[in-house]
Design a protein around this ligand. Structure first.
Ligand code: BGP
Length: 467
């Protein structure tokens, strides 16, 4: 068996990372526009002011997608282009930009896949009521979603409400690496709960406005193994799943929290605070698919030493990652069976297949791989060609894992690589490349197709046969 006939061979980007034009045509500032300019927050002070300038060059970019034969393009809508202040007045130029982008994609039969929230919260809402920490955001987010559904729902079938709530909440509120730079587990748990309520409210609206569309959210998924057969490591693995994995998938896709993790968090952290009506709202909606962003697996061990957060490898210096953990629960250790990237992410194609089987068992929903890819510094040969062979190897092995998963009964809708074009990595600057298309930052952001571009073109043409 192979890939279904209508399989969505896709690729993804996100507004802040690719568009640039950060204050063009009436766009308001997002939390990232401000945060990235605070010294010490991002790799070498990089920001998305210009990024790939996709906002001004989208026609050129869509044309190369079409030449590649891309079936789906996942992009996100910058809330602050549509509503510069987060709520209130609509910016017609922002609405028009995405409408034009969608039309351009459809002109070449590329399925647009829209992410509503890829982390670029309007700064105005952060200032007004502390963004995701206030329940006021639920209605503001729903209003933003409604505007998008009404304007694009006639042409866009696939919608992703939230991108990786687990990442933007953990990094934003537990370890202070993303805006708003908070380190407070109670606040993280409450903000995370509010994202789930906003997700549910948006899905409710969607059913009325886009009755034939498909909607879900994307979670960063790190399936994991126990570091040994010792009972304490296995117990730590279970805690990892309940606190860090099912915690998010369950509330987004079943409308509830794993009970033991919920009891623990409410006892230890006094959160999340669940109001009457919350669980009813969460349970009242169904997603059409589970979105997963998959890069690597984790190896989990008991955390006797109470290892906490010790930083992240954001430099690309291999082996610089220190051991991280959550005191009282578990810690992450190196998996000596696997190769690692220069940013110390484990390369584990079969983990993708294994992870999807776990999701099927627990939720039995179709799956969309909304991100998968290799971050690397790409080699350029003497003729100036970008020979990103490690990326081809990485993607090939993960596509084989998808095929194996399909053969084991996974209903996989599509596969989006991260990313279509080289773009800004939130904390790792422009050094960490993911794209099929290289951008010459020294030469007016000129585009150049990499070896992986031509390889993926053949994969698509042969529907995954020629890999
Ligand atoms: C995901 C995000 C993407 C992208 C990707 C690669 O978490 O949804 O926006 O950035 O990871 O991560 P990084 O850029 O940190 O290597």
């Amino acid at each position: 068996m192979s890939f279904p006939k209508d399989f969505l061979w896709g690729s993804a980007t996100a507004a802040y990372q690719v568009e640039g034009a950060w204050n063009q045509d009436g766009k308001g500032p997002s939390i990232w526009d401000l945060y990235s300019k605070i010294p010490g927050t991002t790799f070498e002070g990089t920001n998305g002011d210009i990024a790939a300038d996709h906002y001004n060059r989208y026609k050129e970019d869509v044309k190369t997608m079409a030449e590649m034969g891309l079936k789906a393009y996942r992009f996100s809508i910058a809330w602050t282009r549509i509503l510069p202040e987060g709520s209130g007045e609509i910016n017609p130029k922002g609405v028009k930009f995405y409408s034009d982008l969608i039309d351009e994609l459809l002109k070449y039969d590329i399925e647009p896949m829209v992410t509503l929230y890829h982390w670029d919260l309007p700064q105005a809402l952060q200032d007004k009521y502390a963004g995701w920490e206030s329940r006021e955001i639920i209605d503001d987010f729903a209003n933003f979603a409604k505007i998008c559904f009404e304007n694009y729902g006639d042409r866009v079938k696939y919608w992703i409400v939230m991108n990786e709530p687990n990442v933007f909440i953990d990094l934003g509120y537990s370890i202070a690496l993303h805006p708003p730079g908070v380190k407070d587990k109670k606040r993280a748990l409450n903000a995370g709960h509010i994202t789930a309520l906003a997700n549910a409210k948006a899905i409710k609206l969607f059913r009325d406005i886009v009755p034939n569309g498909k909607i879900g959210s994307s979670i960063a998924y790190g399936p994991a193994y126990s570091a040994s057969n010792l009972p304490e490591d296995k117990a730590a693995l279970e805690r990892y799943y309940n606190h860090a994995v099912w915690w998010w998938f369950d509330v987004y896709f079943k409308g509830e929290y794993p009970q033991d993790a919920l009891d623990y968090n409410q006892k230890v952290h006094g959160a999340p605070e669940i109001y009457s009506g919350d669980l009813e709202l969460l349970k009242s909606v169904n997603s059409d698919f589970i979105g997963i962003n998959y890069y690597c697996t984790q190896m989990i061990a008991d955390n006797k030493e109470n290892v906490g957060y010790n930083g992240m490898n954001n430099s690309g210096e291999k082996n610089s990652q220190k051991e991280n953990g959550v005191p009282g629960l578990f810690k992450h250790v190196r998996n000596t069976n696997l190769e690692y990237t220069d940013w110390d992410w484990a390369i584990d194609p079969d983990g993708l297949r294994y992870g999807m089987l776990q999701l099927k068992e627990r939720y039995n929903l179709p799956i969309l791989i909304s991100e998968n890819g290799l971050g690397a510094v790409d080699p350029i040969d003497v003729e100036g060609n970008i020979q990103d062979i490690p990326r081809i190897d990485y993607l090939r092995e993960h596509i084989i894992a998808c095929r194996n998963a399909i053969n084991e009964g996974i209903d996989l809708i599509g596969y989006c690589t991260w990313s279509y074009i080289d773009l800004l990595s939130w904390l790792n600057g422009y050094k960490k490349q993911y794209g099929f298309v290289y951008i010459d930052r020294e030469n007016n952001l000129a585009r150049k197709k990499k070896a992986s571009y031509f390889w993926y073109k053949e994969v698509i043409e042969s529907n995954g046969e020629k890999i």
